[in-house]
Design a protein around this ligand. Structure first.
Ligand code: SF4
Ligand code: SF4
Ligand code: FES
Length: 249
């Protein structure tokens, strides 16, 4: 290995039901290289540190600018995006692992379906014109727009679920991302038409009662979304909703 080379240690898996194994690679260093460009070097020449030709490493990416969330993985033990992580700021060997909260399909590729299912459950959208025009949308104050903007930057990356001690394969918890998005869509005057439907999910066994308030989620969110603020506010809304439902019985 030349002095300027970088060393990667990657946790791999050939298929969903196979066992994990570790493999090391030495690749040439280039200035301003990020973790994705390091993985691309392996793709060009899939030869491990022992000089053996191996299967190229699988991972996901799309935007390359920390917007899509697809390249999320554990890098030196910290969950983050491979596209925005510069290699020369990392200790070597650079250890890459798939996120653990999600089923691992192959190498660094995980299945993030549980987050998209949670978004469907909470109706993570604003209803607009359908079979008939619903008219002009309501005006939103600039203060509300600024607050909503933070939540709108969520890229469904999964970092907050990975960090949450209460999200795992045996737990029905929808997780911090869906809680943040519930707050976001309930804030919108048109989105609020479905507020009760969303709160029904929030008070269900999949909802907010699963949150132990450890605050790990807010610390790892790459978009600095105020997840714990959303959770605290949703808690109040959920309590009011539960009380109203009980009084209506
Ligand atoms: S505050 Fe709640 S949602 Fe966030 S990491 Fe802790 S338990 Fe999970
Ligand atoms: S809330 Fe933050 S950490 Fe969680 S999925 Fe969205 S962007 Fe990722
Ligand atoms: S490739 Fe889209 S966030 Fe990294």
């Amino acid at each position: 290995m030349a002095a300027a080379d970088i060393k990667l240690r990657i946790k791999r898996k050939d298929a969903e039901d196979d066992a994990f194994y570790w493999e090391e690679f030495n690749i040439p260093f280039r200035k301003n290289m990020n973790v994705i460009s390091a993985l691309m070097e392996i793709q060009k020449n899939p030869v491990n540190a022992q000089g053996e030709k191996v299967r190229s490493v699988a991972w996901e990416y799309n935007c390359l600018e920390e917007v899509c969330g697809a390249c999320s993985m554990k890098i030196n033990g910290k969950v983050r995006q491979a596209c925005s992580t510069l290699v020369d700021r990392l200790e070597q060997p650079i250890v890459l692992e798939p996120m653990e909260t999600f089923p691992v399909e192959k190498d660094l590729v995980v299945n993030r379906d549980r987050m998209f299912s949670a978004l469907k459950k909470i109706k993570g959208w604003i209803p607009i014109d359908g079979t008939y025009p619903m008219g002009a949308g309501p005006l939103i104050s600039s203060d509300d727009q600024q607050e909503a903007y933070k939540y709108s930057t969520c890229m469904t990356c999964g970092c907050c679920l990975e960090a949450c001690p209460n999200v795992n394969s045996g737990s029905p918890f929808i997780g911090p991302q869906a809680l943040g998005q519930t707050k976001y869509f309930n804030m919108h005057p048109t989105g609020a038409q479905q507020k009760n439907h969303r709160l029904e999910v929030i008070v269900s066994e999949e909802g907010i009662a699963n949150c132990g308030n450890s605050q790990n989620c807010v610390q790892v969110c790459p978009k600095e979304i105020p997840l714990t603020t959303a959770i605290a506010e949703l808690n109040k809304d959920a309590n009011r909703y539960a009380l109203r439902s009980w009084l209506k019985r």
